[in-house]
Design a protein around this ligand. Sequence first.
Ligand SMILES: Nc1ncnc2c1ncn2[C@@H]1O[C@H](COP(=O)(O)OP(=O)(O)O)[C@@H](O)[C@H]1O
Ligand SMILES: [Mg+2]
Length: 331
Amino acid sequence: MRALVEIEDLSVEILRGRGKNGQVLPILRHIDLSVEKGEVLGLVGESGCGKTMTILALMGLLPEGGRISTGKIWFQDRELTALSRREIEALRGKRITTIFQEPMTSLNPLLSIGEQMKEILYRHEGLKGKANRDKCVSLLQAVKIPEAEKIYDYYPFKLSGGMRQRVMIAMALSCEPELIIADEPTTALDVTTQAQILDLFNELRGRTRSSFIFVTHDLGIIAEIADRTAVIYAGYVVEECSVAALFERPLHPYTDGLMRSRMGRRNSNRANLYSIPGVVPVPGNMPPGCPFAPRCTYTTEQCRAELPPLAIPSLPEIEGGHKVRCWRQVS
Ligand SMILES: Nc1ncnc2c1ncn2[C@@H]1O[C@H](COP(=O)(O)OP(=O)(O)O)[C@@H](O)[C@H]1O
Ligand SMILES: [Mg+2]
């Protein structure tokens, strides 16, 4: 039996420019990921590593010039990459829903909250009139929006960022989707609101049967919300394991660097602030070999020359589900 979502050997590239000057930029490289029923998969990595692009490929929403160059994506035994535009549109918003970072860009400023919520329930479930309104209000209540009846008639600009994100979550829950994808849903919020929204997600995952893909650049959020995690660097998955294993024993130097920067941030002593030296390489200008080699303290000749496989390390104490793409762990 397949998992709910299976991404197999997914590569995505973007064509920039035309004709002779046209350039093919590799964005994602041979990504393998799966999400089980009821599971929360955390996708973590610095900005520009390919998290959003992975989501967009899964949703069939790659930007202009973008295409899948290798691989397949399965959702409940259906190959998404082989579906027609209409078939995939029928899944989106109903079976697979998304919550993005900035709710103001996802909400239509010209329509009231109720009008936007109503539309989803009408389109996908054929709900009308009072039944539709009642369901919308109960969804707003489910995401702990006070005075839901009143908020139903509000326009988005009247709500705070946190409240708008709650509305987006309510909309994402409308049709009881099998998969909810949240792409940095708390990044634009202040710390207190962020904590409240994370609490809400945690509560929802206990209450719904949905699976989640939770995208973040913050390992602290992974710790709070995910069951399993994939660390993405420069378009590659570099480490994949349970969250417990990730915090107990990160095996990739990149993951370790993310972990150390995180701890530095918690510490009030600025002298202890750590950040990984260098920057994420840009597509079209990737180093040969391991993409992390230029920033890594353990780099050898082999790292500079050859890409390591994503493999289960040969350490006896490592559980089978833990995979890492690093020459140090390949025997
Ligand atoms: N429309 C686009 N055209 C060309 N490159 C893009 C486009 N969108 C994103 N990219 C590049 O793809 C890479 C991955 O981006 P993205 O998936 O948005 O990263 P993340 O979500 O992890 O911050 C980045 O190098 C980014 O610059
Ligand atoms: Mg992103």
